[in-house]
Design a protein around this ligand. Structure first.
Ligand code: ATP
Length: 329
């Protein structure tokens, strides 16, 4: 499998994930590749050819977060570029409580399905006149259909009852309107799954009032980004939420969180989000038993309460939490 350690806290947490996978008894030969800031520092492209070759050959990668410079025009997000290169159109983020983690709600069990290839992430921005800029939001029927199809198929295969499409079609009548029309068309093909629609601002309020009313959330790229972090907050924060970027041929597994430069290099980042992303990867590879062992070891360590990183109110280091999970495995 390809392994991208990533920037910021990436190397610390991806290292933790590889140790945990090994302790689960899965012998993976990792093909370590650099990208993002690390690649630029080594005089390479942010997405080096070698990395592209590696993912093409392996088809599956585990990835740490990659840094994107805020506000620098012309510097496209490396994360976005990777998703485009491999047409990883679906971003899947399971959000659920881990036993023992303090959070406002119990029993949260949501699946965020985020469209991954277009919307304002197309990066089309220009200045019309000094002091006037435009950012173009791109929504296509093709991408909207296939992400809706992904959400409904996921719901059907995993015994989920409802898909809620989240939108702002009252304001963006054309773009979000098209997204909804496509979702409605796909919903008609899946009569066993209930279909609902909700305006994004109301959805945010409903999520923090009563998350239990939601099941699978279907979102465009930007709403998906924002609502994912909101949902992470419902279950204890970014340190515990895994993710998968999935396409027809390729899959890249990564946590929802970014590079967290404020805590990088201090051995205090929570490795659980990337460890659970590695468990999602093992499921994808058909190693469901090992994935379940990892999930249960993580839950066991969290519930025991002795080894927790500071984001979960503890004082343990990344390596101590990792060791505890490895011991349990
Ligand atoms: P990016 O732009 O790279 O997505 P971001 O601005 O969304 O990054 P993050 O890097 O995800 O931000 O970090 C947001 C906050 O959450 C920071 O305070 C960070 O320290 C914290 N955080 C993120 N990931 C973790 C983690 N694994 N463990 C502990 N804290 C984390």
């Amino acid at each position: 499998m390809t392994l991208i350690a990533g920037d910021g806290i990436g190397p610390e947490v991806t290292h933790a994930a590889t140790e945990v996978v090994a302790a689960a008894g899965i012998d993976i030969s990792w093909d370590a590749q650099i990208a993002g800031a690390a690649a630029v520092q080594a005089g390479l492209d942010p997405i080096p050819q070698e990395l592209i070759r590696s993912i093409r050959a392996n088809r599956v990668a585990l990835k740490g977060p990659l840094a994107t410079r805020v506000g620098k025009v012309g510097f496209r997000s490396v994360n976005v570029a990777l998703r485009k290169t491999f047409d990883l159109y679906a971003n899947l983020r399971p959000i659920r409580n881990l036993r023992g983690i303090k959070s406002a709600f119990k029993g949260v069990d949501l699946i965020v399905v985020r469209e991954n290839t277009e919307d304002v992430y197309a990066g089309i921005e220009h200045q019309v006149a000094p002091g006037v800029v435009e950012t173009v939001k791109v929504i296509t029927a093709r991408a909207s259909h296939r992400i809706a199809e992904f959400a409904f198929q996921y719901a059907q295969q995993h015994g989920r009852r409802t898909v809620t499409a989240i939108h702002k079609a009252n304001i963006m009548k054309l773009s979000d309107g098209l997204f909804l029309t496509c979702a409605q068309r796909v919903a008609r093909r899946h009569p066993r799954v209930q279909y609902r629609e909700m305006i994004v601002d109301n959805a945010c309020m409903q999520l923090v009032l009563q998350p239990g009313q939601f099941d699978v959330l279907l979102l465009e790229n930007l709403y998906g980004d924002i609502v994912s972090d909101l949902c992470a907050g419902l279950v204890g924060g970014l340190g515990v939420v895994p993710g998968a970027n999935l396409g027809r041929r390729y899959a890249i597994f990564e946590a929802v969180h970014g590079t967290a430069p404020d805590i990088a290099g201090k051995d205090i980042a929570n490795p659980i989000a990337v460890i659970l992303s590695a468990a999602l990867m093992l499921r994808h590879l058909g190693e469901a038993a090992a994935a379940a062992r990892i999930e249960s070891a993580v839950e066991g360590v969290v519930a025991a309460g002795r080894h927790r990183t500071p984001d979960l109110g503890g004082r343990s280091s990344t390596s101590a939490v990792t060791e505890a999970i490895v011991r349990r495995l």
